[in-house]
Design a protein around this ligand. Structure first.
Ligand code: NDP
Ligand code: HSE
Length: 418
């Protein structure tokens, strides 16, 4: 069976190296085959810019999608272009053409999860998306396995390599936000549009995939409350460190009862000694809680060429192993009607830093906080005010902060996770 690749960027080139150039042990999976002719290989790669340096793959580049869709020798298509519309259309067309699909595209999977799963079933093919969450961490397969016995009620984790890389470098080396983001982009961790990373869309898409799977009903990206990390400054890293905390970017969802789902993606402060605080650089950690097993945590590289390509090729091998079997794996249940209730269940003490750009700012910050927090610690230093509050419901604090932004635009806040 031949394989086609859509996109030859960071992950596409990694997959090509593992499959066609046999970096790692891909070939050893086929050593029992009588002839090397049967060894699956990438025979076509869709790219839009043929002037790009494509190394050893030059012989197989195509620019017209039909060359893949209408090629009956291609049984598996690996979709690694990123973006939304074109990749979605291509995945649909491939499934309709009876081709198995492997993708790392969380934007497409989170938006069209039920539709694409149904389309794969209708056409007797398999859709795999292990690399769409947690890069190299095998969380999709593991979650499916755990769900055979457990009712999963909570998912939380550091789910974005780029922002964890930025926060780690800011914490460990006092590096600047913009410089570190540029570094993450040059290494290949960031999305083509890194706004998705730093504003929380990438995490909320990953959280929506895991939550939909675990809670057996669709949780969309737009159902997830999200707040990015672009407001953070060096003074926040220093101040929170002196208070004994580390800033992390957390995705968290909870199923309460049978149908009530709460979700949030936001910067959170963890005690310096906690496990979460010690997950650094592009590494991710994902925790799932089941009613039988309790809490399980999975740790590994959440972004980057080799780790992600490893997960993609694992999906390819899975498909190659089941090809020809009568019964394809049963699709996930995704039709439970869920009540998506925002951040309603989350609460905690809050850390807030605001820039005091004029005489009124301090009063405005303190009066706004007065509406939600009766007790608080306040420090004023170098034209900044730092506040740590008593426990407040997330809904209330977020609403207060949104209103405060109208008069005091420059501030950063994070819930303290206890
Ligand atoms: P890149 O931007 O490095 O690669 C995408 C490639 O696809 C580029 O070569 C791009 O060409 C090509 N491409 C984009 N649109 C088209 C099109 N319309 N027609 C033909 N070719 C096209 O992205 P990554 O490899 O980093 O990511 C790929 C996917 O994997 C994304 O969905 C991403 O979210 C996901 N992912 C990425 C991880 C990572 O660590 N990077 C980890 C986990 C998942 P051009 O250069 O001309 O734009
Ligand atoms: N941009 C993503 C990240 C890639 O940084 O985590 C992995 O999904």
């Amino acid at each position: 069976m031949n394989i086609a690749l859509l996109g030859f960027g960071t992950i596409g080139s990694g997959v090509y190296e593992l499959i066609n150039l046999n970096k790692g042990k891909f070939e050893s999976n086929f050593t029992d085959l009588a002839t090397q002719k049967s060894r699956p290989a990438i025979t076509k790669i869709l790219e839009r810019d043929i002037t790009k340096d494509l190394g050893d793959s030059v012989g197989v580049i195509v620019t017209d999608p039909k060359e893949i869709l209408e090629d009956d020798s291609i049984g598996i298509v690996i979709a690694l272009m990123g973006g939304m519309d074109f990749e979605y259309e291509m995945i649909k067309a491939c499934l309709k053409a009876g081709k198995h699909v492997v993708t790392a595209n969380k934007a497409v999977i989170s938006e069209y999860f039920a539709e694409l799963q149904a389309l794969a079933k209708e056409n007797g093919v398999v859709l795999r998306y292990e690399a769409s969450v947690g890069g190299g961490i095998p969380i999709i397969g593991t979650l499916k396995e755990e769900m055979r016995i457990n009712r999963v009620t909570e998912i939380k984790g550091i789910l974005n390599g780029t922002t964890n890389f930025i926060l780690s470098k800011m914490t460990e080396e006092m590096a600047g936000f913009e410089d570190t983001l540029a570094l993450a982009q040059s290494i290949g961790f960031a999305e083509a549009d890194p706004t998705a990373d730093v504003e929380g869309y990438d995490v909320s898409r990953k959280l929506s995939i895991l939550s939909s799977m675990a809670y057996e009903g669709i949780v969309r990206d737009e159902d997830v409350y999200k707040r990015g990390i672009t407001d953070i400054g060096a003074m926040d890293i220093e101040m929170t460190k002196s208070l004994g905390y580390v800033v992390k970017f957390l995705g968290h969802s909870i199923l309460d009862g049978k149908r009530d789902v709460y979700t949030t993606v936001e910067p959170v402060l963890f005690k310096a000694a906690s496990i979460m605080s010690n997950v650094n650089s592009e590494f991710n950690i994902i925790s799932i809680t089941g009613d039988i097993i309790g809490e399980l945590q999975f740790y590994g590289k959440g972004a980057g060429k080799d780790a992600t390509a490893n997960a993609v090729v694992g999906d390819v091998l899975y498909i190659l192993n089941i090809v020809g079997e009568q019964n394809l794996p049963r699709p996930l249940r995704l039709n439970r009607k869920l009540n998506k209730l925002g951040t309603g269940i989350f609460k905690g003490k809050y850390y807030l830093r605001a820039n005091l750009n004029d005489k009124e700012s301090l009063d405005q910050v303190l009066s706004a906080l007065e509406t939600v927090a009766s007790r608080k610690t306040v420090i004023v230093n170098d034209n900044h005010v730092y506040v740590v509050t008593s426990v407040i419901a997330a809904n209330e604090f977020n609403a207060m902060a949104e209103k405060l932004r109208e008069t005091v635009p420059e501030f950063f806040y994070a819930r303290i996770y206890e």
